[in-house]
Design a protein around this ligand. Structure first.
Ligand code: CTP
Ligand code: CA
Length: 226
């Protein structure tokens, strides 16, 4: 493997980016998932690398190609995502949780295909591990970036999530706005810090959005926000 140093505001920083949706298995041929395309997470990983960081991408189910030049670990479930993040946790300077992790998973996953039997079928779900909240509660030197995709009361939920998950920066978007939803090539986000609302970024490509988020994070890292 070739080693090369890129000069940039994030050079020397180890950054872990999570992207895509998780898959929570019902049986070997069926699962619960969500609409995440992985585009925002991939843009963050690419932009972080372009700004000089040493990036590791942890990807769930994505609907686009993964960047060949970024070391990537593929995972399936919320539990896998937790394990993968925990594994990187001690050596990472920044964790960016852009993945859309399922909130619930089937209580039991059948090793064999479930056969069609009755006229109705109930699926019991249990809460998954909250990766960001769990790691946030044991934060040391890590700079933590959380996301919140909302349809209503954006500011209230964003502030509440930043506090509850002990984030240093929270990226919120109103997914009902045109050009900000799942699968879109653009995004419109609002940034929050522990002090409250920081900035409203314009509608722009996910790459440019990612770059602005990372530049804000880098300024805060330098000021010793953590
Ligand atoms: N997150 C996580 N683990 C989960 C669920 C969410 O790490 N099991 C992370 C997401 O990656 C995101 C942040 O927490 O960075 C906020 O996710 P979100 O779904 O908006 O928050 P929830 O706490 O799950 O609240 P709700 O879905 O009820 O709005
Ligand atoms: Ca959720």
């Amino acid at each position: 493997t070739a080693t090369y140093a890129v000069q940039g505001p994030l050079s020397g920083k180890k950054i872990v980016v999570t992207a895509g949706g998780t898959i929570e298995r019902i049986d070997p041929v069926r699962y619960i998932t969500n609409d995440s395309s992985g585009k925002m997470g991939i843009a963050l990983a690419q932009a972080a690398q372009d700004l000089g960081a040493d990036v590791k991408l942890i990807a769930g189910k994505v609907q686009v190609a993964l960047p060949p030049g970024i070391p990537t670990l593929r995972i399936e479930s919320a539990e896998d995502m937790y394990e993968a993040c925990l594994n990187e946790w001690g050596k990472t300077d920044m964790l960016i949780m852009s993945a859309a992790i399922a909130d619930y998973r089937p209580k039991s996953s059948s090793p064999r295909k479930i056969k069609k039997v009755g006229d109705t079928m109930a699926l019991e779900l249990v809460k998954t591990v909250d990766v960001l909240q769990t790691l946030g509660s044991q934060k040391e030197h890590q700079f933590l970036i959380g996301f919140a995709a909302e349809t209503h009361d954006l500011d209230t939920y964003a502030a509440e999530k930043l506090q509850r998950k002990n984030c240093d920066l929270l990226v919120a978007n109103d997914v009902t706005q045109t050009g900000a939803g799942f699968g879109s090539d653009t995004n419109i986000v609002r940034l929050f810090g522990p002090e409250g609302r920081i900035a409203d970024l314009p509608k722009q490509s996910k790459y440019d959005t990612a770059r602005d988020i990372l530049l804000e994070a880098s300024r805060r890292l330098e000021k010793g926000a953590v």
